[in-house]
Design a protein around this ligand. Sequence first.
Ligand SMILES: N[C@@H](CCC(=O)N[C@@H](CS)C(=O)NCC(=O)O)C(=O)O
Length: 214
Amino acid sequence: MDPAMLVLHSSPGSCALAPAIVLEEIGCPYRLAGVDFASGQQRTPDFLRKNPLGRVPVLEDDGLVLTEASAIMVYLARRFPEAKLLPEDDKGLAMALSFNSYLGSTVHVAHAHGRRGARWADEESSHADMRRKVPQTMRSTMALVEEGKLVGPWVMGAQYTICDAYLFTIAGWLEGDGVPLKELPRIAAHFAAMEKRPAVQRALAAHEGLRKAG
Ligand SMILES: N[C@@H](CCC(=O)N[C@@H](CS)C(=O)NCC(=O)O)C(=O)O
């Protein structure tokens, strides 16, 4: 393998789909390295050296080991500016970063309360309480996206950006979190438009390949 080749560590169904979509949109060569959650590969010493939190995504690029989906997407968009995946003006850039920060720090955390309650509490009764709350918090946090943050047709308006990859990834969790996508028609339309993009189809197929291999 070319040592300079980008490597994205990912797991099917995870937020690492978003940077995988960004890589596919850019069209640069990269390797998708599967992390098998079922066997606890994210907690092996080898993986913990890359991310001590034991989480995907992790991007490796020529000595750089980068965690956090939002940062990885910004890094990729700036490393490959010709793909035009970030607004160039200050206000547009700030709005894009604001949107992705909201998804990462608020919506993703609401989702994680469903399956990863042990991050925040020890008692099973606390985990059960957190799980019950997920449909409500996912609905209310995504309602803000539906009602204003998503400009349309893409998140930032006419320009397709890294925000679209992230929104698609998180919108894909809604049904499993007890929120029918049809209740959020603008997000549903965005989701359908994303599904038509060849880059999105390639990223999904690559993750399906990881699922079959795992
Ligand atoms: N804030 C991190 C969250 C990463 C995260 O929670 N990843 C999940 C998958 S979506 C994970 O690796 N979970 C494995 C575990 O908790 O064991 C980011 O945005 O990258």
